[in-house]
Design a protein around this ligand. Structure first.
Ligand SMILES: NC(=O)c1ccc[n+]([C@@H]2O[C@H](COP(=O)([O-])OP(=O)(O)OC[C@H]3O[C@@H](n4cnc5c(N)ncnc54)[C@H](O)[C@@H]3O)[C@@H](O)[C@H]2O)c1
Ligand SMILES: [Fe+2]
Length: 381
């Protein structure tokens, strides 16, 4: 059966890449540019560095600094109103997945009618968008190269995704220097998000040889360098490899999609605003053990890829990866659900909602029940 594999990224990679921003803005003939970021990116001094480079291009600048983690429809609509009123013609998003996802969604509303919620799903955006330059400051989501924007619908209390090739950033400035100010817990959580993407996309029922190649290559790099980046945030080799691993993994997961880990994480963030990477990491080992039944050979592929000693018995080896992920999450200080403020009495409601997540359709083990989800949530509690 023929399959599609879509990649459309134009990337400048490496420390100091930000210096290319003025020329890139000129390439796009930018006149009025909206710079989007959040408070953490401002406090880290990154917004000012980006702003200084933008000024060199002699463009008018409109700032939107109201991004929140797990961005909502309301924040998208607020930022879009400003961008429309100001008639901006290019976007620059400097930040983690929250800033880049929000900017992608705002960009949709520049050339397509609102509200943004109607674009939840696949390929529902009609008109082409304005240029968007993505400058990631975390190494986790791969949002800089994916065709995805994840948003919260506060009325429906769900995290939904807009998936459309039209929303991919036109240009990526991947400058690892920007990731070194991440606090330890953000490095750990965002890095575990990337590992989750590699693992879930590799076992997704949409995986193809092209996505599998990227997922495994990404996993190997991320697994090797995340502990180093968490241990010493100024280890620039580790920071650079993390950014590289994310981009490679992103090519895989934006084509193969994800699974039950993300179904649970989206539900947790929609109800309790948990940080996305942390939510994934907390349940990842238990979901992978649960999924091992359905794709034991793939679990062994991944175990071998990260150098775990296999015994040759499929029944034993299929659990090597989940055990290693549990060990890794403990080493990196990933918190349990209760440590993140979830109460035991919330678990029933969460399990009900997880079953409605569309991303479950890509999970290798189908027919997931409420009891299955509850068991995973109790283990992660
Ligand atoms: N589009 C996609 O393909 C995709 C994939 C996975 C996740 N996501 C989404 O991305 C969002 C999460 O993004 P994230 O994990 O990158 O975190 P984030 O953007 O929410 O940032 C987390 C925190 O870290 C701070 N921060 C970011 N970079 C920093 C730096 N260099 N120095 C200091 N502080 C810094 C931010 O200010 C914020 O407080 C979620 O909404 C998630 O659903 C999107
Ligand atoms: Fe994710």
């Amino acid at each position: 059966m023929p399959y599609d594999f879509f990649v459309k990224s134009d990337i400048v990679f490496g420390c100091g890449a930000i210096k290319r921003l003025p020329d890139i803005l000129k390439e796009y003939n930018a006149k009025k540019v909206m710079l989007v970021y959040d408070g953490g990116v401002k406090a880290a001094g990154i917004a000012d560095i980006v702003l200084a480079e933008m000024k060199k291009a002699g463009v008018e600048i409109v700032i939107f600094d109201g991004v929140i983690p797990n961005p909502t429809n309301e924040v998208v609509e607020t930022a879009a109103k400003i961008a429309q009123d100001e008639k901006v013609d290019v976007f620059v998003a400097a930040g983690g997945g929250s800033s880049i996802d929000l900017t992608k969604a705002v960009n949709v509303l520049m050339t397509n009618p609102g509200p943004i919620g109607q674009y939840g799903g696949m390929n529902l955006v009609k008109n082409p968008l304005l240029p968007l330059i993505a400058i990631p400051t975390t190494a986790g989501t791969s949002s800089e190269i994916t065709n995805v924007s994840a948003l919260i619908d506060t009325e429906k209390v769900i995290k939904y995704v807009v998936i459309d090739n039209k929303i991919v950033a036109s240009k990526v400035i991947a400058d690892p220097d920007f990731t070194k100010t991440m606090p330890v817990s953000v490095t750990a959580a965002t890095g575990m998000d990337a590992i989750t993407h590699a693992v879930e996309s590799y076992i997704s029922n949409m995986a193809t040889p092209l996505t599998e190649y990227n997922s495994l290559a990404g996993l190997k790099i991320l697994h090797e360098y995340l502990p180093r980046a968490v241990k010493d945030g100024s280890d620039m080799e580790a920071r650079e490899k993390m950014m590289l691993g994310c981009i490679i993994t992103g090519f895989g997961f934006s084509n193969a999609n994800l699974g039950l880990v993300h179904a649970i994480a989206h539900t947790l963030s929609a109800h309790f605003q948990l940080a996305h990477g942390m939510a994934n990491a907390t349940v990842l080992p238990y979901v992978i053990a649960f999924n091992a039944e359905s794709c034991p050979e793939k679990m062994v592929d991944m175990a071998k890829t990260i150098g775990l000693p296999v015994s040759g018995s499929l029944d034993e080896d299929k659990y090597l990866l989940s055990k290693e992920l549990l060990r890794l999450t403990k080493e990196l200080g990933i918190r349990t659900l209760s440590q993140q403020g979830i109460r035991e009495s919330d678990l029933e409601m969460l399990a009900d909602d997880v079953l409605h997540e569309p991303v479950l359709g890509f999970n290798p083990r189908q027919g997931v029940t409420k009891a299955d989800v509850l068991e995973i949530l109790h283990k992660a509690f």
